[in-house]
Design a protein around this ligand. Structure first.
Ligand code: NAD
Length: 260
């Protein structure tokens, strides 16, 4: 069949693992040229090989999403390589430190907010000049923690950063409509990725654990955490022309987890 994002150019952050990796592979399979943006020591090179072996095109950009110089450089590199930019998937993120608010170090708060929220702002800010001629689609990865489920105790900084992304995405959708740039935010529930590697749960958490606790993977629809590939299908839909009338929307992809 016809490819759904044929000849489009995509910039994907956090492309070395989990949701970003699956989305980058899916976009490339559907005809997009993809810049795999991730930290220097990430697994983005492996994703590049997978895409190329399948006949697709990809480059790797070593960026820390919280570093404006690296983000703007990575986006410029993408534009220079292929002469356009149509899709931005601002997805990189960390769980950070989960601890009671009274024990949360200011540096830990800042690190989570800077990576998740400022990182999103920077990717959007530096993409606009390259997208405003032809329009395009920006997709931001928030979480059900951004508006609907707060039972991960200790995740105050994470939840604040994720809520900030939702508000930012809606504002951006309004503001960028004049350039025909659509902006949508996705809110996954638990997904099987490597995000646990970037999670620090402190012993102090026991102070605030309450007995309303669901076992790992309690999602009414499939009774297990979702797969990155399922999220990638939503990202592809939002990136493609199939969603041409959808902007400013918050989409939950959680197997009904957040309504428990
Ligand atoms: P993951 O850890 O598997 O992948 C995240 C990628 O982002 C990694 O490759 C990592 O190197 C990269 N990254 C982290 N900090 C970065 C930085 N400062 N600069 C550049 N790259 C950076 O995790 P994932 O689950 O795929 O996470 C992707 C997004 O999904 C995050 O925003 C996360 O909050 C969100 N999310 C995940 C879940 C889940 O259950 N896995 C649920 C809801 C939302």
């Amino acid at each position: 069949g016809t490819q759904r994002v044929k000849d489009q150019v995509a910039f994907v952050t956090g492309a070395g693992s989990g949701i970003g990796r699956a989305a980058a592979i899916r976009l490339a399979e559907q005809g997009a040229k993809v810049c795999l943006a991730d930290l220097k020591d990430s697994r983005a090179d492996e994703v590049k090989r997978i895409i190329e072996q399948a006949g697709g095109e990809a480059i790797v950009a070593d960026i820390d999403v919280s570093d404006p110089a690296r983000v703007s450089e990575g986006i410029r590199q993408t534009f220079d390589r292929w002469g356009r930019l149509d899709i931005v998937f601002a997805n990189a993120g960390i769980n950070g430190t989960w601890t009671p608010i009274e024990d949360m170090a200011e540096e830990e708060w800042d690190n989570t907010l800077t990576t998740n929220l400022k990182g999103t702002f920077l990717a959007v800010k530096y993409a606009i000049p390259h997208m405003k001629q032809n329009g395009g689609s920006i997709i931001i990865t928030s979480s059900i923690n951004g508006s609907r489920k707060f039972s991960n105790f200790g995740a105050s900084a994470y939840s604040a950063s994720k809520a900030g992304q939702v508000a930012f995405a809606k504002m951006a959708a309004l503001e960028l409509a004049r350039y025909k740039i659509r902006v949508n935010v996705i809110c996954p529930g638990a997904i099987q990725t490597n995000i646990g590697e970037n999670t620090e749960k402190t012993p102090e958490l026991e102070k605030i654990e309450i007995p309303v606790k669901y076992p790992e993977g309690s999602q009414p629809l499939e009774h297990k955490a979702g797969k990155p590939e399922q999220v990638a299908d939503l990202v592809l839909f939002l990136a493609s022309g199939e969603s041409s009338h959808i902007s400013g929307t918050e989409l939950f992809i959680d197997g009904v987890e957040s309504l428990l």
